[in-house]
Design a protein around this ligand. Structure first.
Ligand SMILES: [Zn+2]
Length: 486
């Protein structure tokens, strides 16, 4: 019997017999219903020989039914089926780093179209980092004049002398946010503090502990100069800039980073140390927790909630209820956080980071990874909001390369976010993804060829080693590791 090829795999499909005629697609009926089983994102799609009927509780559910239909229609013969489908997780995100390398608005829209086809509902947009600040600011135009530009690229073995940079204008951002909204994708912007802030400090050295002029970074890494948490001026600046940025993003959630913030400057800074004493804190990690909680308080005043990377848990004083994005967490602080009844999102470095080669993270490894981290108590699994696949772009400087790295791995993560565990099977996924590849290519997104999805172990080792030999600056890695321990 002919089976249907849909990614993510629908959670319930009944084959009702017979074949759908092409004319059925001229008779598509949509109804909004009130069916508790379907929730806010679910849908029912019924394909009969001469008509198609879609029902859902919401416009979003109807949209997802149409996305399933779009994939079904691409097949030569289509069996009559009833699909009743609701997602496993409420958060299904993909992350795009537009700081290390930017993508054009048109390229981002291609990615968003493909994400919508796969029923992603969140676009986490990384817009500020050491290598550039990418949001137009009318309050702080110097930030765009200085902080949005760097003197070339020195990522790994790639050296480009030309000045690189730019930023998304407010109009461009609004355009992308609206484009996403039409596809039921929420844009969560990330403004990373207190680390990864060289672009801010290069423009306003007084925001750092040493007040020294530093340049926007051309290399990747974890850098010692971060925002000074001891100065009142720093939070005042963050509030003003955030206040301006918030206006562009209707999402209730705002990402404030919090990752990879070495404490070496804070340890030596009289103002940071005075702040620690004034607040009766134990150490610099607690100072970061305090700094983060002040920003969360500010966001709450604007009706917004925060997401932070898992390092923000290190101080032990993150406000309860804050969503934590787990990426690299050897101490399993995120698991403890979820077990205490707080929300987490799984974007595990070793499985979901799509900027590493298929040699290191083959498709099977991504696909077979459980979205619920080990150690989360079964009764607390509902605090795992979902999954996210990040695409960092230090080494991903063209859109073609980005698509090659992202697909099919993004699709694998989309499926793990949507489809129940017992229906997940990697070989089956690969067949279905292959069937819908032409549809994805039509959107201008070209996935990696199938023979590169899963290399054999010998090839994997060689390929991974050569990737690191070529891409990574070992001096930087050593410094970064040293800093992580501080
Ligand atoms: Zn300081």
């Amino acid at each position: 019997m002919q089976k249907i090829n849909v990614v993510p795999r629908p959670n319930a499909v009944t084959y009702t017999g017979g074949i759908v005629c092409q004319t059925a697609f001229d008779n598509v009926f949509e109804y909004t219903v009130s069916d508790p089983k379907l929730g806010g994102e679910g849908y029912c799609l019924k394909l009969e020989p001469s008509c198609v009927t879609i029902t859902a509780n919401t416009a979003k559910g109807l949209f997802y039914a149409r996305k399933t239909l779009e994939q079904l229609k691409a097949a030569e013969t289509i069996p009559c089926v009833t699909v009743e489908d609701t997602p496993r997780f409420s958060y299904r995100g993909f992350m795009l780093d537009s700081t290390r390398h930017m993508q054009s608005v048109e390229e981002i829209k291609k990615l968003v179209d493909t994400a919508a086809l796969l029923k992603f509902n969140t676009f986490h947009w990384h817009l500020s980092d050491d290598q550039g600040f990418r949001i137009e600011s009318e309050k702080f135009p110097e930030l765009n004049e200085k902080g949005s530009w760097r003197e070339g690229d020195d990522f790994g073995s790639r050296h480009v002398a030309e000045r690189y940079g730019g930023y998304y204008t407010k109009e461009e951002i609004k355009d992308i946010v609206a484009y996403c909204a039409e596809r039921f994708i929420e844009v969560i912007p990330e403004f990373d503090v207190p680390g990864h802030t060289t672009a801010l400090i290069s423009t306003y050295p007084q925001l750092s502990c040493r007040n020294e002029q530093i340049a926007v970074k051309t290399k990747q890494g974890i850098f010692e100069d971060i925002l000074c948490a001891g100065k009142d001026e720093t939070l005042k600046f963050v509030y003003e800039l955030l206040g301006e940025i918030i206006e562009l993003f209707p999402s209730e959630i705002f990402h404030i980073g919090g990752d990879e913030a070495p404490k070496i400057r804070w340890k030596e800074c009289p103002e940071c140390q005075a702040k620690i004493r004034e607040l009766g804190l134990e150490n610099e990690e607690e100072l970061q927790g305090w700094f983060t909680s002040k920003i969360i308080e500010f966001l709450a005043g604007k009706g917004k909630k925060a997401i932070v990377w898992n390092e923000s848990l290190a101080g032990g004083n993150l406000p309860e209820g804050t969503a934590v994005q787990m990426w690299m967490d050897p101490k399993k602080n995120s698991v403890t956080w979820a077990n205490r009844g707080n929300p987490i999102i799984n974007s595990d470095f070793y499985h979901y980071y799509c900027d590493y080669p298929y040699y290191m993270t083959p498709l099977k490894k991504t696909y077979n990874f459980s979205p619920v981290p080990k150690g989360v108590a079964p009764i607390m699994e509902r605090f795992v909001l979902g999954v996210e696949c990040p695409m960092w772009t230090e080494h991903v400087y063209s859109f073609e390369w980005l698509c090659y790295m992202a697909f099919p791995r993004f699709a694998a993560v989309a499926e793990r976010g949507w489809t129940k565990q017992r229906l997940c099977d990697c070989a089956d996924f690969e067949n279905r993804f292959t069937a819908i590849m032409p549809l994805i290519k039509e959107k201008g997104v070209y996935p990696a060829p199938k023979n590169e999805w899963n290399y054999n172990p010998a090839k994997r080792l060689g390929g991974t080693l050569s990737f690191f030999a070529d891409k990574i600056d070992f001096e930087l890695v050593a410094n970064s590791l040293k800093n992580m321990k501080k």
